[in-house]
Design a protein around this ligand. Structure first.
Ligand SMILES: *Cc1c(COP(=O)(O)O)cnc(C)c1O
Length: 426
């Protein structure tokens, strides 16, 4: 299906455990992000790399992710909303940024002022042109064609008119059409022919644009799965998200198979341990009862923290051993059956839900919760502090304690051998 790029870059030395004072944290390793960016960039070269940091960097912190990506050579940053792009500019991210999902409330004038490229699927074109005219500043736009996904993007039927209008506005100096792009629907299943069909529609759309007098320098199509499995979709640039965070987009390939390293580790501490008799029911609905005397560990993370309520038999590592969750996940907590009334697990022992060197992946949690790794990492909630712990000491380690990226560094903890560590509060 695909070849696997070699692992390279810095040697990982992940933070071991939660620092004192932390009850729970999503520990984010910018070194892993840099490694993944370098790995994917070398794989798709000479195509450029746009790194998607929408939805707060898939839960990792948009600015943390964007900084690490840019340090590792990412050419572009991609987000859904102009508001996300503006926040990156405010945080000092200066590379080109593209935002592609707009509403009637989107501030296109501010986007133009802050030099943010705007994805255009249809109605936005006239609004952007009007804003550019008022500002006397040309807008940089990327036209988006819907080649089959059926979401955003201009229909094939309306494409000739969109490119004609865009060419007119460009001739008047209101726009610069920088890119033409589309988004793939089934690239995570590389053998499906719909991707071939989408690429054919895309090629035809490029031709129509060229005939309308548009010559663009950035044709971009591929997401993470296509970056790995469809070299014929690389064009001038690929837009990658999940792979940069060290997650595999494929059901049958692990991140390790792809040479990627997970950038988020979700940790907490055991809140309670108790012995219970056979027949003890667990959590709301009593959907589970233990069938022998055992001990239960209480894990203080729940759906209020983004742990899916629907997850059952999800893997959890406590002090190096892997157990399973039992019963329903509640708002603040869930329960793990330790399987032994004489367990050595104690209150305060560290718990890893996924990531780090636990051997448990966000994809494992996805399987336990009928969803995918994308959702598991992205939905980790605001009650979980993000701790940025660089395992190989980046340039920014030289300035610990400074507010990072428009956010307050609430805590800076020196950890020998662990590079820099700071809390990135939402
Ligand atoms: C989110 C997104 C991407 C990145 O997708 P991954 O599968 O995470 O690599 C690329 N392009 C668009 C338009 C997106 O919305």
């Amino acid at each position: 299906m695909m070849s696997t790029p070699g692992t390279h870059g810095r040697v990982p030395a992940p933070l071991r455990g939660l620092p004192d004072g932390f009850e729970r944290a999503a520990i984010i390793d910018p070194a892993a992000i840099r490694h993944n960016v370098e790995t994917i960039a070398s794989y798709v070269s000479p195509a450029k790399l746009m790194v998607a940091v929408k939805a707060d960097g898939y839960g990792h912190g948009a600015v943390t992710a964007a900084r690490a990506a840019v340090e590792a050579g990412a050419d572009w940053i991609g987000v859904a909303h102009v508001t996300e792009a503006l926040a990156l500019r405010e945080a000092g991210i200066e590379v080109p940024v593209l935002a592609w999902l707009h509403t009637s409330q989107t501030d296109f004038a501010e986007a133009i002022t802050q030099n943010i490229d705007i994805g255009i699927s249809g109605w936005e074109l006239e609004e952007v042109a009007a804003a550019a005219s008022a500002l006397q500043t040309p807008a940089h736009v990327h036209l988006k064609i819907d080649t089959g996904l059926g979401r955003n993007g201009c229909t094939v039927a309306e494409w000739p008119e969109l490119v004609a209008r865009a060419a007119e506005h460009q001739d008047r100096g209101l726009l610069s059409v920088v890119g033409i792009f589309t988004h793939l629907a089934v690239a995570d299943e590389p053998d499906r022919r719909e991707t071939d069909e989408q690429l054919e529609v895309y090629q035809a759309a490029l031709k129509v644009a060229e005939e309308a007098g548009l010559s663009v320098s950035l044709r971009h199509v591929a997401n993470t799965p296509a970056a790995f499995s469809r070299p014929d979709a690389h064009f001038d640039m690929v837009r990658v998200g999940v792979g940069v965070y060290g997650q595999s987009p494929f059901a049958d390939r692990t991140a390790e198979d792809l040479g990627l390293r997970p950038a988020m580790e979700l940790r907490t501490r055991v809140a309670n341990v108790k012995r219970v008799p056979s027949g003890q029911g667990i959590s709301y609905g009593l959907t589970h009862r233990v069938d022998r005397p055992t001990a239960l560990a209480l894990i203080p993370l729940g759906y209020g923290d983004g742990v899916p309520r629907i997850a059952v038999h999800a893997p959890v590592q406590i002090s190096g051993r892997t157990y399973q969750s039992v019963g329903r996940v509640a708002m603040d907590q869930f329960v793990v059956d330790l399987g032994d009334p004489d367990t050595e697990v104690q209150v305060g022992d560290e718990v890893v839900l996924f990531g780090g060197d636990s051997g448990i992946s966000a994809a494992d949690w996805g399987r336990a919760a009928q969803t995918i790794n994308y959702e598991i990492i992205t939905r980790i909630g605001g009650r979980v502090p993000r701790l940025v712990a660089d395992s190989s000491g980046p340039a920014s380690a030289a300035e610990p304690g400074q507010a990072k990226a428009g956010r307050t560094a609430d805590a800076v903890v020196g950890l020998p051998g662990a590079g820099s560590l700071e809390e990135d509060s939402p």
